[in-house]
Each structure stands twice: as C-alpha cells, then as structure tokens.
Design a protein around this ligand. Structure first.
Ligand SMILES: NC(=O)C1=CN([C@@H]2O[C@H](COP(=O)(O)OP(=O)(O)OC[C@H]3O[C@@H](n4cnc5c(N)ncnc54)[C@H](OP(=O)(O)O)[C@@H]3O)[C@@H](O)[C@H]2O)C=CC1
Ligand SMILES: Nc1nc2c(c(=O)[nH]1)N=C([C@H](O)[C@@H](O)CO)CN2
Length: 234
C-alpha cells in the first residue's frame, strides 16, 4: 500500500482511526483537522501530514488545495470523512443549519474533487470515498438537513464516478451506528442499537475494512457500501 491519501477530519473517532491505520499500512496520509486536539500529536509523530482547515472558511479551503497540490502531485485518494451531525434547529436558524450541512458534506467535497482531479489522474490508480450515511436513503425526522446533505453527497458519487472513470474509482460508504458519542445515555444507546438486526455499535474498524476493500478493488465504482447492521430490514 503506498501513495498519498487525503483524509478529512482526522482529529477524532473514525477519521483518526482511518489515518492511524492507513498510515501504518504504508500510505502517506495527509489529514485535515479543525480543532487542536491531543490526538494530533500522535498522528504527527506517526508521520501523518496535518493541515488545519475549517471548511466554513473559503480562504482556508483554497490554502488546503494548494498545499495538497504541493505535497502530492500524484494523489492516491481522497476520503471525505469530515462531518457535522447537526439536529434541525428552530425556524430562525433553519437556513443556517442547512447551509452548514451542505457546506461540509457537499460544497467542500465537490470543490476538492474538482480541484484535485489532475493529481488523482496522475496516480497509477486512485479512489475517492465519500462517507455518507444510511439516512441518505431513508431520511431522518430530527436531522433533515443533515440527511439531505448526505443524500447530495451520495449523488455526487454517481456523477464523479462517471466523470473520472476509469482512472479514478468513486464510491460511498453508508454507515449507521458506528460509534456513539460521549454523553449518549444508556436508554438512547439501547434504542439506537435496536434499530438494526445486529443490535450493536459496530466500531470504527468496520469502516476501515470497507475502505481497505474499496482501495484494493480494481473494478468497483459508482456504488455505495452499506455498513449498517441490517438496519434496512428491521
Ligand atoms: N459515528 C457514526 O456512528 C456514524 C458516522 N457516519 C459518518 O462517518 C463519518 C465519520 O463519523 P464520526 O467519526 O462520528 O465523525 P465526527 O462527528 O467525529 O466528525 C469528524 C470530524 O469532522 C470535522 N469537521 C466537522 N465540521 C467541520 C468543518 N466545518 N470543517 C472542518 N472539519 C470539520 C471535525 O473536526 P475537528 O474535530 O478537528 O473540529 C470532526 O473531528 C462522518 O462523515 C459521519 O457523518 C455516518 C453514520 C454513522
Ligand atoms: N458527523 C457525524 N455523523 C454522524 C454521527 C456522528 O457522531 N458524527 N453519529 C451518527 C449516529 O451513529 C446515529 O446514526 C445514531 O446515533 C450518525 N452520523
């Protein structure tokens, strides 16, 4: 396993797990982060190239693109992991919520994919992986803007797969209940676990295994890999 991989949102949880393990596999991970966290020290010591970027700041996104183009003239892949899970807010800030969801889940992935396509094409083989969500196909009563933005991201998988084939494969991974958040109550955890046939919190390794499968494939593109414990059958 080799080549430069851009992973967004590596400061914690799934993104951190992906960065640590893909760097250990021999890829040169370029990881974006927004918030300074103790985890970043370990990633840096492991050799991950860290770039601070708030996707709500256009100048910082432009600087990120220029820095990736400098560091990786040939880019093995982009994993769009960065995300905010905002609940729908009160009416007065509803548009702000929708804009925030579309910015992090749609606008920046769209901008990065277009701006870095020459670098992806310069790699012997390349992958784009969009981290979407089971709710992209199902909807969500309490995260309407979030789910709509993930559905848009899933649709971009179809478009970019057609645009960049055959040199660059483009796929989605659609998770459900991979990691709970600090502060989730036992009552909430029990309720959410019960939404899937497997009735469990999957763990970040399930996403790493899905990423490994897609990076090693020479054929799968334009598809969404569901990692959701059979939630669609409950
Ligand atoms: N956890 C789960 O059970 C599920 C996760 N998913 C998807 O999997 C992916 C990983 O999930 P998870 O690890 O829980 O994600 P997190 O909620 O931990 O978010 C990942 C990172 O995204 C970064 N981020 C958020 N907003 C911005 C922004 N405006 N600019 C730059 N970075 C930003 C944050 O960076 P920082 O910390 O540096 O501020 C954060 O650490 C996400 O796309 C998520 O939607 C889908 C279904 C289930
Ligand atoms: N960016 C994030 N997206 C999502 C998260 C999260 O923590 N951050 N969590 C979920 C949950 O798994 C939800 O599906 C059940 O609690 C969904 N997306």
């Amino acid at each position: 396993m080799s080549g430069a991989l851009l992973i967004t949102g590596v400061g914690q949880r799934i993104g951190q797990h992906l960065a640590e393990h893909l760097q250990a596999q021999g890829y040169q991970v370029i990881g974006t982060y927004r918030t300074d966290r103790p985890s970043l020290t370990g990633l840096s010591e492991q050799g991950v190239q860290l770039i601070k970027c708030d996707f709500n700041q256009p100048v910082q996104v432009a600087e990120l693109i220029a820095e990736v183009q400098r560091q990786a003239p040939a880019l093995r892949g982009i994993i769009h992991n960065a995300s905010d899970w905002l609940p729908d807010s009160s009416a007065e800030s509803a548009v702000a919520t929708l804009h925030a969801m579309m910015q992090v889940h749609v606008a920046v992935p769209y901008q990065l994919n277009l701006a870095l396509q020459d670098q992806l094409m310069a790699s012997e083989m390349a992958d784009i992986i969009h981290l979407t969500d089971y709710v992209a196909e199902k909807g969500s009563r309490k995260h309407i803007a979030y789910a709509a933005s993930k559905a848009a991201l899933a649709n971009m998988t179809l478009s970019f797969a057609q645009l960049l084939a055959p040199k660059v494969k483009v796929n989605s991974i659609a998770p459900a209940l991979i990691l709970f958040n600090d502060g989730d109550s036992e009552e909430y955890k029990q309720k959410v676990r019960a939404k899937s046939l497997m009735n469990k919190e999957a763990g970040a390794d399930e996403i790493l295994q899905a990423v490994d499968y897609l990076l090693q494939s020479r054929y799968v593109t334009g598809r969404s890999l569901a990692v959701d414990g059979g939630r669609h059958l409950k």
